[in-house]
Ligand binder design. Sequence first.
Ligand SMILES: [Zn+2]
Length: 489
Amino acid sequence: MVAGFQHETNTFAATPAAYDSFVNGEGFPALRRGEALYELEKVNIAMGGFLIAMRAHDCDIVPVIWAAACPSGRVTRDAYERITGEILDAARAARPDAIYLDLHGAMAAEHHDDGEGELLTRLRAIVGSEVPIVVTLDLHANVTERMMSTVDAAVGLRTYPHVDMAETGGRAAALLLRLCSGERLHQQWRRIPFLIPVNSGCTEMGPARDVYRSLGPLGGDSTCLSFAAGFPATDFPECGPAVWGYGDDADAVRSALDTLYEDIVRREADWQVSSLPPAVAIAAASRMADGATRPVVIADTQDNPGAGGDARTTGMLRALVDARVSAALAAMWDPTAAAAAHGAGAGRTVSITLGGHPGILGAEPFEGTFVVEHLSDGRCRFEGPMMRGTEVDSGPSACLRIGEVRIGVTSRKVQLVDRSQLRMLGIHPEREQIIVVKSSVHFRADFAPGAEAVLVAAAPGPIPANPADLPWRRLPPGMRTSPLGPAMP
Ligand SMILES: [Zn+2]
């Protein structure tokens, strides 16, 4: 039996994830059931990779449901119970010999802090202790005691941008087959004592690149090692990074895990994050773009919908307009502005307030008169390496222009990770000098190869680049809220 249920919950974020968010997918494949799960074989996600890997083996697969939504505030009780209810009902009916779940590992519902642990506990109670349960987890999983004590094996992603999702599904299939053949896998896991900023987890540079590359060689043929950098915006006692491993030789697993743990903590300072103020980032981008044939891409990291932001802050927009540069910014989540643009029609002007994030100084709504440059139904297909093949429906969307700044506006909140999303908005990424994306790291997979440079800017927003800036209340005593940062009392 296979199923997927994913959410990365920022407990500080205002907007919850309701059932409708999972139906749409909001940048992830839309909710689907039964045989429709096989369509995910065409998408670079773990479920797709798992199903492809299992083709060669003679077993009956019961595909149940797959659902994910854009990171946000807590999952509503309604959405959580409806989706987990379908998984649990299927387990009762199917009486499976083995179970694979495609999970994220940082889901908090309105009524459960540990969404995955709760689901797995209920599932284990139904199928009993003998049925192997194997799960895949995101690189941003907050691994919990209940998760690790209920699964027979867990496998984490090793790249950020997450371009190895399907491959990770394949590794999960291999572990499940080992368990089904009667092999016993020993588990070891440990927590890391400091939070890792989202941007520092990027595996294209810095300590993350080295550590994740070491997982394969360190584990060798028999031990499967994972390292979740964690999601540093879920305020509950089990938030944070963790390392774990499975193998047939308990001593070998322990020894490999100790080496991995030491390698991560000895370079704690290297995990610290840096970013630029908006005006500084734009000035630097202007200098770099002058005479260049490729755009400079700036991450508007503190409003990343991929971490629970609402893609509505205006700090970067204001700074671009003030700097009088030619640039594109996407995607602002503003259904009212998108409707106004569609109401006016292409080529007309609209005088509106755009975006705005309540309660954040410097993120006030932007008032202006914009030219409606392009209208779109908001549908596109990811062509880049990150979740290639995903069909996205951003709802009625538009490109608005003020001065030389083009702003992509959508009716659905979707992280900007793929150049197809800009083309859908009538923006040609290759022709832009400066592109500002509402994303932290995922955009790099499709944008960085064609970019003159990539910069990270910190405009006022709901997702601090440094997790120590969040008002933590429930982390355990001693946990450092950033690398070498303050410890919880
Ligand atoms: Zn992630």
